[in-house]
Design a protein around this ligand. Structure first.
Ligand SMILES: [Mn+2]
Length: 421
């Protein structure tokens, strides 16, 4: 086994700290597309399995016995698979030996991670604890992971460079998506890390917009949130581009978001609570909205009232790496806030060296949020509703980079993608 996988497994075993319980981590199986088309969705091994084995293996299973170490169980390759898919044998212990392996350990508690194996009686508590500890062990990215992320980022940068020059009135969202993803694939991407978001005009205010045939209008802008994936490692970038010369309001709002994002990135230091970075950026955005005459009051008190969340209704970011969400989550014992301005945080933990986290503030004019009479009443004094009414078709602006936490200055992995107007 490669040295980096040995190091990973040793780190995970130490994090589990087990004496008697055993752990199974399943890769999972392809999922059929309904309708008898003889097709499956693209197969990706469960990320918990992939992290420990670093290969795609349909039906694969890695086990850990604290008394004996790791075993890689692999399915036998059938003749059909050799004929139709060109599959060859994979190194490992034949899966047919798993029942005997389990029988020899009967009576010991089992943690079942990855995709659950049928017919294995797992202990719910032991499973939850092992999963939490594995998630924490996955968070800091090792050199192999970072090298892949840098390649994914380079492919992403190539796609953004290609699409940027094509943004002009008349282009469709779908047409821009095609050029962007072509750039990714020409530069090594194997897949997109998630469904590409391209929203023109008011569509830029739909947080996860699926591009369609809408054309970019004169004086509108386009929001693109996309990333390439290589060897299972993801990149996740958002930029907003004006079609032609940016209008006054676009420029003003853009500067507010960019300022919040740049200052937020600078706060990404080891030991800093992610929730505090989020709140500091929320405060900067609120201050900017006061400057634009959209919010009224002191930025601190506006954030305390969650007034910023009317225009910034999502968390500041999430871990990215092995997949677009990597091992995001909350420290054990922490619960989601019920506050409107904090409930959507995907992460709640102190930042640590080698975490990679997205910093992606945005400001939007979302009719579904802003036309709600209850909110209009609660924030009667905090919001200049007459001005908001003129902006309900504007959409939104988000700016997102992937930031590697280091012992010193944060390292912006996606810095090659320009974000100045
Ligand atoms: Mn993101």
């Amino acid at each position: 086994m490669t040295a980096y996988l040995e190091r990973r497994r040793a780190r995970v075993a130490a994090a589990w700290g087990l004496s008697d319980e055993i752990v199974l981590v399943g890769a999972g199986h392809p999922i059929s597309i309904p309708g008898g088309q003889d097709q499956t969705y693209p197969f990706l091994s469960h990320s918990e399995y992939f992290y420990l084995v670093d290969r795609e293996c349909e039906g694969g299973l890695v086990t850990f016995d604290p008394k004996e170490g790791w075993t890689d169980f692999v399915p036998d390759v059938t003749e059909d698979e050799r004929v139709w898919e060109g599959r060859t044998d994979v190194d490992g212990t034949p899966l047919s030996r798993l029942p005997a392996w389990l029988a020899a350990r009967s009576g010991r508690k089992v943690a079942m991670l990855g995709v659950a194996q049928r017919d294995v009686a797992a202990d719910v508590t032991v499973t939850a604890e092992a999963r939490e500890r594995l998630q924490q062990a996955i968070r800091p990215k090792d050199e192999v992971e970072l090298e892949r992320m840098r390649r994914a980022t380079a492919a992403t940068a190539a796609g953004f460079a290609a699409v940027r020059q094509l943004i002009r009135p008349g282009m469709t969202e779908r047409g821009l998506q095609v050029e962007l993803e072509t750039g990714f694939f020409r530069h090594g991407a194997e897949r997109t890390a998630f469904g590409t978001i391209v929203g023109a005009g008011s569509n830029s205010g739909v947080l996860h917009f699926t591009p369609g045939e809408r054309r970019v209008g004169e004086g509108e802008h386009v929001l693109i949130d996309a990333g390439a994936e290589i060897d299972r490692y993801a990149s996740d970038v958002t930029r907003a581009y004006p079609a032609g010369t940016p209008g006054g309001f676009f420029r003003e709002l853009y500067e507010v978001v960019l300022n919040g994002q740049v200052r937020g990135i600078a706060r990404c230091r080891p030991g800093t609570e992610w929730r505090e970075v989020h709140l500091a950026v929320a405060r900067d955005l609120a201050e900017g909205l006061v400057g634009l005459g959209i919010l009224r009051g002191s930025p601190d008190s506006l954030v305390e009232q969650d007034a910023h969340a009317l225009f910034f209704p999502h968390g500041l970011g999430h871990l990215v790496g092995l997949g677009v969400r990597d091992a995001s989550g909350y420290l054990p014992g922490r619960k989601r806030s019920t506050r409107f301005g904090l409930a959507f945080l995907r992460c709640d933990f102190p930042l640590q060296p080698n975490y990679v986290i997205t910093v992606e503030p945005g400001l939007y004019f979302i009719p579904a949020l802003l036309n709600d009479p209850e909110r209009r009443s609660r924030y009667r004094d905090a919001v200049n509703w007459a001005k908001v009414d003129t902006l309900l078709g504007f959409g939104g602006i988000r700016i997102e980079d992937d930031v590697l936490i280091t012992p010193g200055e944060p390292d912006v992995l996606t810095a090659a993608i320009p974000k100045t107007l």
